[in-house]
Design a protein around this ligand. Structure first.
Ligand SMILES: [Cu+2]
Length: 257
């Protein structure tokens, strides 16, 4: 069956209309897509235009009143150049003996200024090697108010890098006191209950008996502090100075010879 020859005019009109509808539908879809995507809507367009206009106007204004140079101006300009004398350079001309001398001089200067490659130093045993310590508050059961591994021993005069970890649900700190000063500093800590500045001071009493301290460390947080141990060997107590904690929450840092 051959449509092209045998189809009736009505059939052909139908096919034509179908094509037309398809064409129009495609156009409609494209137009909707264009609108929905906002492609024809540049919100900055107006502002950019304004900016361009302002720029052009400013440039015009800047040129207003600018004097167009006349012949006498040009002559003056030219004369300033004619008045200049040729500069005499003291730099020797390449290829001459003087130039070679000059080059040698420069090279010598540069060599003098260049820092010499560092000679490999003999590795000295580091006296100041820091001791790394980690101290933990007991986190389980929560609210125990104790330090784990409560006894630590370190050599006198050591530099210590201490990490204080607080896995507990309460805030705690670490305060190292002088020998035999646990109770004295503890009493000061309890007294801070009535100190309006206590939180600002991280509940660390202001006392000469305090050797080192962390801030008040929040639950699950930690803090790293550095301090140098005294040269005097002995038992150095450390406590948490949050009021009321120190009686339970204390330990000994043994400073050895
Ligand atoms: Cu505490």
């Amino acid at each position: 069956m051959s449509n092209t020859v045998d189809s009736s005019p009505l059939q052909r009109l139908g096919i034509f209309l179908l094509g037309l509808i398809a064409f129009a539908a495609f156009g409609l879809v494209a137009w909707i897509g264009f609108k929905v995507s906002g492609a024809d809507n540049d919100s900055n367009y107006a502002k950019q235009s304004q900016d361009r206009i302002a720029k052009v106007m400013a440039s015009d204004k800047a040129q207003e009143g600018a004097v167009i140079p006349n012949n006498s101006d040009l002559e003056k300009f030219a004369n300033t150049f004619l008045d200049q004398k040729a500069k005499v350079t003291k730099k020797p001309v390449p290829g001459t003996e003087a130039f070679n001398e000059w080059m040698k001089e420069q090279a010598a200067k540069q060599a003098a200024n260049t820092p010499k490659a560092e000679e490999p130093k003999e590795e000295k045993p580091k006296e100041e090697a820091a001791v790394k310590l980690t101290l933990k508050a007991v986190g389980n059961p929560p609210g125990t108010m104790k330090f784990e591994n409560a006894d630590i021993s370190v050599k006198a005069g050591s530099k210590v890098i201490l990490t204080f970890e607080n896995p507990d649900v309460l805030q705690h700190n670490f305060v190292l006191t002088k020998i035999g000063k646990k109770d004295a500093v503890g009493a000061l800590a309890d007294a801070m209950l009535t100190d309006p500045e206590a939180l600002k001071k991280q509940y660390v009493p202001e006392s000469d008996d305090v050797i080192a301290s962390t801030k008040l460390v929040n639950p699950t947080q930690s803090e790293v502090i550095e301090f140098t141990l005294p040269d005097e060997p002995g038992d150095y107590p450390y406590i948490c100075t949050f009021p009321g904690h120190w009686r339970l929450m204390n330990g000994i840092l043994k400073v050895t010879k």
